[in-house]
Design a protein. Structure first.
Length: 342
């Protein structure tokens, strides 16, 4: 997975913030459905247990669908977007929560990036994880309705290893072997706008909380480049456990990326996508085919996770496109949607 794809994939989680407030997801009108989540009466351990159980079911569902694609895997991304609360948290609180989660994910050689403004507090930890994974933990807290003359960032990017601090507007340098990640404003990512300097206030899309309101979001990403999907279930379980352990409801998406040594016509790609859906008892909900690219979304009963697209639930997306540079067909399979840009 390239550096640009990795950065966009992580920011996609923050873009779900726009989906939640503006009913917009990618090219479709979507929002998360009322997926069953642990009841507030459950203790943290019960929430963790439930989250792990669901992770096993959902990862098996995704791996079964990918196996039907006939593709050789090249990697996967497990991704969580969680609305933590509707408060403006201090950087110290974000740091405490991010540190607890990073320990649960067994993140090593951590690097840290933080930013403070009147409109947004931001804290990120990134580093390596078990099984040669790259892990990022991002917590952003927004305060809406502030003028663009909000105070500039008071702290700069810092690296836990003791390297000199970088300006808050610079791109964070990833650990060796991990893709780079740009410290783009989360609010800009949510709206699809260009990244604003760290000194500008967060601007909310239409339908976002009113002036004076606040919101804190969590985005997690565990990425691995591999020719097998071994480790996917364990990474999914660790993520669900880490989020639920904080008393929050995990909202996990995952995607497997791979390739086929062939070139399919538009009709063949559509038939291929239908075969993948049928293999997990999913029915087609919507899709598109153009310029050697096919993307089909479907729904399979029995899966807890789903989003709504034009009023219809979807929990599986498959895509294929011809890679003229490598002379093969790239394949992506994701639940509930593909989280790797293509």
């Amino acid at each position: 997975m390239g550096k640009k794809k990795w950065a966009l994939a992580v920011l996609l989680g923050v873009a779900l913030w726009g989906m939640a407030h503006n009913n917009g997801f990618a090219a479709t009108s979507s929002q998360r459905s009322a997926v069953p989540t642990p009841q507030v009466t459950l203790g943290k351990q019960s929430q963790v247990t439930l989250g792990v159980q669901r992770s096993r079911v959902e990862s098996s569902f995704l791996e079964t669908a990918f196996a039907a694609s006939g593709a050789t895997p090249t990697g996967y991304l497990v991704h969580d977007w969680t609305q933590v609360n509707q408060q403006f948290e201090s950087v110290n609180q974000l740091a405490s929560d991010a540190t607890a989660i990073s320990k649960e994910l067994s993140l090593v050689a951590p690097h840290i990036l933080e930013r403070r403004t009147q409109a947004e507090n931001y804290y990120e930890i990134y580093g390596a994880g078990p099984g040669h994974t790259a892990i990022r933990v991002v917590l952003s807290s927004f305060r809406f309705g502030l003028p663009t003359s909000a105070a500039p960032a008071t702290s700069a990017a810092s690296v836990a290893t003791g390297a000199p601090a970088a300006p808050a507007t610079s791109t964070a340098s990833a650990p060796e072997g991990a893709p780079a990640f740009s410290a783009t404003s989360a609010a800009s990512a949510a709206t699809g706008a260009s990244a604003a300097p760290a000194t500008s206030a967060a601007s909310a899309p239409e339908g976002a909380p009113a002036a004076g309101e606040a919101e804190t979001l969590l985005v997690l990403a565990v990425q691995k480049d591999a020719t097998k999907t071994a480790g996917l279930t364990q990474d999914w379980e660790r993520m669900a456990s880490a989020v639920a352990g904080q008393g929050w409801a995990p909202q996990i998406s995952a995607c497997i990326e791979g390739f086929r040594n062939d070139r399919m016509s538009d009709g063949q790609r559509i038939h291929w996508a239908q075969t993948v859906l049928q293999n997990v008892h999913a029915v087609r909900v919507e899709g598109l085919t153009s310029n050697n690219v096919t993307s089909i979304s479907g729904y399979s009963h029995g899966q807890d996770i789903a989003i709504l697209a034009a009023g219809h639930p979807i929990n599986l997306q498959v895509a294929a496109y011809y890679n003229a540079y490598r002379h093969h067909t790239d394949v992506l399979v994701g639940t509930p949607v593909i989280t790797i840009p293509y």
